[in-house]
Design a protein around this ligand. Structure first.
Ligand code: CAA
Length: 290
């Protein structure tokens, strides 16, 4: 795989302070030692996200993985603002907002207006076309997919997805930066779901259909895959952990873009999302978290 240099990248902005954005920013600040600025227009989300980040750092000290001084140093590299217009001029941006193509395109257009033209704009989308997101930016050659896995501080993989317009230099710098963040990379063509979600989401969807058809209880579906296939979590627990709204959004992209009925989202998945049962983050999904 091509390697380039991310040495000139000293700072990163993360747009979206949800569970993915916070994890990405934490790893960038702690492992790659970048200055990290979070951008989120929702003050409650920002506060919750930064509180979670603090907790993870405190746990690192408690477990002897870093000293109190290192924790303060990481914290000093982290800041936040509530809009793109207030952002610092940085060398690298990772967008990690919800899976909504129009929202992402709007953000990429705004980032292009605000930032120097050589800033690399990465999207953490889990299924949307990088090429389509890139076409909203002033310099689509600087746009790339950088798909982290949840929980970002724990999972070692980042999928890298060049769009049709992505330059070799953007790809090389992004691969290098992912490595500096301590991650292993794989590379995928820009196709719906890339590698991870092309495989994972139909599996989760099928588990939901298995529940919907009354084939087994949720506990037995999860236990079968946890103990029978040595997965760390069963598929329904994993769906709750990822967020049922995210799972549904990804299945909808696979279904509409690939046009095959095998990707049709489970009726029960749609129902749960309609009810606001989104998994861990809403306190209820297939399981109760209250
Ligand atoms: N953020 C940061 N760290 C977290 C975390 C989170 N949200 N959740 C758990 N962790 C950490 C814990 O703090 C713990 O760290 P320490 O060892 O330092 O204490 C470590 O993970 C292990 O946690 P636990 O001991 O509490 O529990 P566990 O052994 O069951 O592990 C897990 C938890 C790592 C989440 C594990 O269950 C697992 O690997 N699950 C599968 C995760 C997975 O498949 N992720 C991919 C999802 S798909 C995706 O992300 C792509 C997409 O586009 C949808």
């Amino acid at each position: 795989m091509t390697t380039g240099s991310a040495n000139s990248i000293k700072s990163m902005c993360v747009v979206g302070a949800g569970q993915m954005g916070i994890g990405i920013g934490l790893v960038a600040a702690r492992v790659a030692k970048l200055n990290v600025q979070f951008v989120d227009s929702n003050p409650a989300q920002l506060e919750k996200g930064l509180g979670f980040l603090d907790k993870l750092l405190v746990k690192d000290v408690a477990k002897g993985r870093c000293t109190e001084d290192e924790r303060s140093e990481v914290k000093s590299r982290i800041s936040s603002v509530s809009s793109i217009s207030e952002m610092n001029k940085v060398g690298f941006v990772v967008e990690a907002v919800s899976e909504n193509v129009e929202l992402k395109r709007k953000i990429f257009a705004e980032l292009s207006e605000k930032l120097p033209s050589d800033t690399i704009l990465a999207t953490n989308t889990s299924s949307i076309s990088i090429t389509k997101i890139a076409s909203a930016a002033r310099k689509p050659e600087n746009v790339i997919g950088m798909h982290f896995m949840n929980p970002v501080p724990v999972m070692r993989l980042v999928e890298i997805i060049p769009g049709l317009q992505t330059s070799k230099a953007t790809l090389a710098t992004t691969l290098d930066l992912a490595q500096k963040m301590g991650k292993v990379t794989t590379m995928s063509q820009d196709v719906p779901g890339f590698i991870a979600n092309r495989l994972l989401m139909p599996y989760i969807n099928e588990a939901i259909i298995t529940l919907q058809e009354g084939i087994a209880t949720k506990e037995d579906i999860d236990t079968t895959m946890k103990l029978g296939a040595n997965n760390p979590m069963g598929p329904l627990t994993l769906a709750d952990f990822i967020g049922l709204d995210t799972c549904l959004a990804i299945m909808k992209v696979l279904h509409s873009e690939l046009g095959d009925s095998k990707y049709r989202p489970a009726v029960l998945l749609q129902k749960y999302v309609d009810a606001g049962w989104l998994g861990v983050k809403s306190g209820r999904g297939f399981y109760d978290y209250t």
